[in-house]
Design a protein around this ligand. Sequence first.
Ligand code: ZN
Length: 616
Amino acid sequence: MDQRVVECVPNFSEGRDKAKIKQITDAIQAVPHVTLLDLDPGADTNRTVVTFVGDPDSVAEAAFQAIAKAAQVLDMSQHHGEHPRMGATDVCPFVPISGVTMEDCAAIARRVGERVGRELDIPVYLYEAAASRPERKNLATIRKGEYERLAEKLRDPEWKPDFGPARFHAKAGATVIGAREFLIAFNVTLNTRDKALATDIAFELRERGRVARAATGSNYYSKGKILTYQENAYPCGNCDFIARTFVETVTHCRDKHDYDLENLLRLNDVDPSRPLAGQKVYRAGKFTHCKAIGWYVDEYRRAQISINLTNCKATPPHLVLEEARRLAALRGLVVTGSEVVGLIPYPALLEAGSYYLKAQGKSAFVPIPDVLQTAVFSMGLADVSPFDLRRKVIGLPREFDKGLVTMTVKDFTDEVSRDTPAPGGGSVAALAGALGSALASMLAILREGKTESATAAAGLLQAAEIAQRVKDQLVLAVDEDTNAFNAYMEARRLPANTEQEKTVRERQMQDGLKAAVRVPHQTARASFEGMQAAWTVVQHGNVSSITDGAVGAQVAYAGVRGGVWNVLINLKDITDAAFVHEMRDKCDGLLRDAHALLTQVVAHVDKRLAELIDKE
Ligand SMILES: [Zn+2]
């Protein structure tokens, strides 16, 4: 099962002709495992922004198909619009959402770019994290001159495309492909209608900061006299420090406030290499990758700090919110909540939930829906508009919305008891492993804050993390085991009339069998991790809960044993001797370790119980 999620946000140079736009989105949706999330056509810009997600390979395929379709149905020589552009598919960024790195997305960008150049003869430039050289990082730089001057640009050796011919493609123009971070549009709502108060906080938060002023004693910053650099007097904008030279102030800002003053000046359109006497002093904001302004929203009848976060890994929204809350309190204001415009990546919301749980002294290794709910409540995300996790969060793990795992315990037990071959021992083994891990998780969370020993606390924390992870994995395996034979059954239905058909059918059946072996093997491995977590909690738990841990280890052992049996029964029809041998070895080792661990747990628990009974 692939839980890796990549987002793709191509911009097409057509925002008016719905039929043409539909042809492009149809090409995207024709690719399996791709979900179209959003379509944003602009008539004035004559441009459409499309958002879709999926696993890396599917997203790469859909992006290529969309670029090919756009090259076929759009004609740049006829295009007019207000937005800068140079191609039918103007720009196509890949964005890591979960389970993938920026480098993975840059690799996808290069792969798609190479294919677009080779198969479609369209010049391709790589940008941002996929850029081939520093001067091609910035999209605006690459696009300078736009479509109208592209032919000229392609003749310049400096602008030889990264892929495709250095030859003008009149119909499709050129395409800029790359990888970048996710953009979060995040608004913090205040208990005021005064936009100026929101702006005062926004300027403290944003990377480019604001013009520095002399202190007035007010918490609002807009009143004091504007500071300027003088010959022999270079004040720091963030404290009272004044140096005799600019160089000293640069060093001071780096050492004391952790920012690059020259970069700050450039962000405010001041060239630091020129004489600075008479020039305004700037005060850096708190966060990098953060743009912010104040505005008033009529619909909410409140002012907001409107924030754009261009890298939520470096600057997570919950930390910006907490700083806004602090700054608001200093100014006699209250943050009533926050708002995500568009989508927020799942890992960012998960991180926020963990942050607030830890701040409350609670374990962050609780069921994922609880962590996410904590984030929504703590950030006040439903303050001014509804916040539906399924609609607002991108890359949410597959919901348990269908299949065996949505049944009641009674219905599932009845289903197993019926005279149908599935669900059978494999699904039951996975459920046993999940329940054993759940018991280990319960005890780990209960004991985590109560132990005095640092080693025990670290062990319990790790056990809690492992138990939650393998529990979720094993719950999914309940259905996966029942579906594991699908590929094999499909292969069996293939025709076998000719020798060639027979060969294809046999190979696909063998592949299906191998897939069917991997699911129970994963079940056995995950269940063993659940057993290890149970052993940790049995050692550090108190006597009253020791039997819960013992039950956890015992049923998780059933998960290991059951998984291994299901591997072995399916190995008998696999002809690849090396695969069979390797799998047998893995199972033998797993079984040996699990059996030894179970013996250890049982002996430990029985000894503790005997001591307890003797005492009474
Ligand atoms: Zn300073």
